[in-house]
Design a protein around this ligand. Structure first.
Ligand SMILES: [Zn+2]
Length: 173
């Protein structure tokens, strides 16, 4: 069990950052407002994560579940935020003066993955080398998006590049 989790204020901030990221991503990809049926995802934080959804080094990762719906199987993208890693990163990175800049980066990054996977612009079962290229590309797309939106601290966030690649896992639900 994680020892460090977002408190209620931090959770409320996370929801605000999620709305901001949803706006940025839907505008950038010219798709209907997120969340939408076309892009099924959910966001989980430490208290909701199952053991296999925890990661000790990444800020966040995606776990993809397949679920059946009346119109057939669909992917559900679960964005698993790692509260402890995020909070620790903040303590050591004094240049970001708030949790919000980091959360907007992380959530925008993960939503860009969701849109690209769902549109099959990239496959989550791709080989390792391709996955690394995808990480580089998603990181650059995310930074461009933040820069264009006039977000603060995006230069610092460039250092989040070290976010380890965890291949998306696919699980039957
Ligand atoms: Zn990524």
């Amino acid at each position: 069990v994680s020892s460090l989790a977002f408190n209620l204020d931090q959770l409320a901030l996370m929801h605000k950052c999620l709305q901001r990221s949803e706006e940025l991503v839907s505008r950038a990809f010219a798709i209907p407002a997120l969340p939408s049926l076309q892009y099924p995802y959910e966001v989980a934080t430490a208290s909701d994560l199952a053991a296999h959804e925890r990661a000790t080094k990444a800020l966040a990762h995606l776990v993809i579940y397949q679920r059946s719906r009346p119109r057939g199987l669909e992917n559900l993208y679960r964005i698993c935020l790692q509260d402890e890693v995020i909070l620790n990163r903040l303590q050591t990175g004094s240049q970001v003066d708030g949790l919000s800049a980091l959360l907007v980066y992380i959530l925008t990054h993960e939503l860009v993955h969701v849109v690209r996977f769902q549109r099959a612009e990239q496959s989550f079962s791709a080989k390792r080398g391709v996955r690394q290229q995808e990480e580089d590309l998603v990181h650059q797309l995310t930074l461009n998006l933040l820069r264009q939106a006039g977000a603060s601290h995006w230069e610092y966030l460039d250092q989040c590049y070290g976010n380890p690649v965890i291949p998306a896992q696919r699980v039957q639900r």
